[in-house]
Design a protein around this ligand. Structure first.
Ligand SMILES: NC(=O)c1ccc[n+]([C@@H]2O[C@H](COP(=O)([O-])OP(=O)(O)OC[C@H]3O[C@@H](n4cnc5c(N)ncnc54)[C@H](OP(=O)(O)O)[C@@H]3O)[C@@H](O)[C@H]2O)c1
Length: 304
């Protein structure tokens, strides 16, 4: 039996992992047991409270529950607020991964840690970023996530780090939900067209993580991987497509420059990942971003 602990199970990715685990437990009598932290809804999954910044508590849970794998979906994800909350952001995004890795190392366990395109940002790229490209964060959130990666790598624990970008889900707060609401209620909207990247449906990423963990594919393949959906778009294109799929055609959506939305954080201008490594190593194919967006909106409809 492999015991898998999912942290941040109330977040976007954590919620999708709960769905994937539930699907998996229904369809096959697997040797995987998932445990989720801090799940508020009671849906039959095994749950426990864990503050991942508390090293004693983490060590105790890993030992008592005989944890073999941790999928760390917990993070400080408010990019703007991070600028004013450096210490808390670093505790969660840099120190906590070090704590998780140290606890797992004792048991030869595996840490699947999620990172971000915000580890990049200073240069304007015109070719998709590969995993070995040096990090150049422009804000506290990106700095903290890069520090977290480095702490995991230097821990000596077995690890898979997956950098993802533009994450959305039917759960939690995200760009898709905001734009669904705005394009349904506003007559006019300006959205930046000078930041490009690729959206990532969290359910697709959750399936890839489960595939790697459940098939024991991490051993011998430790390292950093890039994952988003396929394709490239700007936030403006993304919004146009959200409105199209939702039938919100009354809203006049116009492209604008990032300078029209002044912010404390300089956001990455080019968040396009080269995903060759994750596809080849784990034998996966990745859905195109508009197909996944359609799926997510369909699931949202089902949830209404
Ligand atoms: N969102 C994006 O666009 C994006 C893009 C690229 C990469 N990522 C990365 O992808 C991962 C998942 O992101 P997400 O959007 O799913 O995150 P999210 O929805 O913001 O969820 C984060 C979770 O972390 C939990 N958490 C906060 N402090 C904690 C602590 N001390 N101990 C335990 N849990 C704690 C939160 O719990 P509460 O619910 O109790 O607050 C929440 O459930 C993160 O590593 C993030 O950096 C996200």
């Amino acid at each position: 039996m492999i015991n898998v602990l999912v942290t941040g199970a109330n977040g976007q990715l954590g919620n999708e992992l709960r769905l994937v685990a539930a699907e998996q437990q229904k369809t096959c009598s697997s040797a995987i047991r998932y445990l989720f932290t801090d799940v508020t809804e009671q849906d039959g999954v095994e749950t426990l409270h864990l503050d991942i910044t508390d090293s004693e508590a983490v060590g105790r849970v890993v030992e008592e529950k005989q944890i073999d794998v941790i999928i760390n979906c917990a993070a400080y994800t408010n990019v703007d607020a991070a600028e004013d909350n450096r210490e808390l952001c670093f505790r969660l995004n840099a120190e906590a991964p070090r704590i998780l890795a140290a606890a797992l190392k004792q048991r030869d366990g595996l840490l699947v840690h999620i990172s971000t395109d915000y580890v990049y940002g200073k240069e304007l790229y015109n070719t998709p970023c590969k995993e070995d490209m040096q990090g150049t964060p422009t804000g506290v959130y990106g700095e903290s996530k890069l520090a977290g990666e480095r702490n995991v790598i230097s821990s000596g624990c077995r690890y898979i780090i997956i950098r993802t970008a533009w994450l959305y889900s039917e759960f939690g707060r995200n760009f898709v939900k905001t734009m669904l609401q705005l394009t349904a209620t506003k007559p006019k909207l300006s959205v930046v067209f000078d930041q490009v990247g690729t959206p990532t449906y969290a359910l697709d990423l959750a399936r890839v993580i489960a595939h790697i963990v459940e098939n024991g594919m991490a051993r011998g393949n430790e390292g950093i991987y890039h994952y988003s959906n396929e394709g490239v778009c700007s936030w403006y294109d993304f919004t146009k497509h959200i409105a199209l799929l939702a039938g919100n055609m009354e809203c006049d959506i116009q492209p604008c420059h990032s300078s029209e939305f002044p912010s404390k954080v300089i956001r990455p201008a080019y968040s396009v990942f080269d995903k060759t490594k994750i596809k080849q190593t784990f034998g996966i194919s990745i859905p195109y971003w508009t197909d996944s967006l359609k799926q997510c909106l369909e699931r949202m409809d089902l949830m209404l």
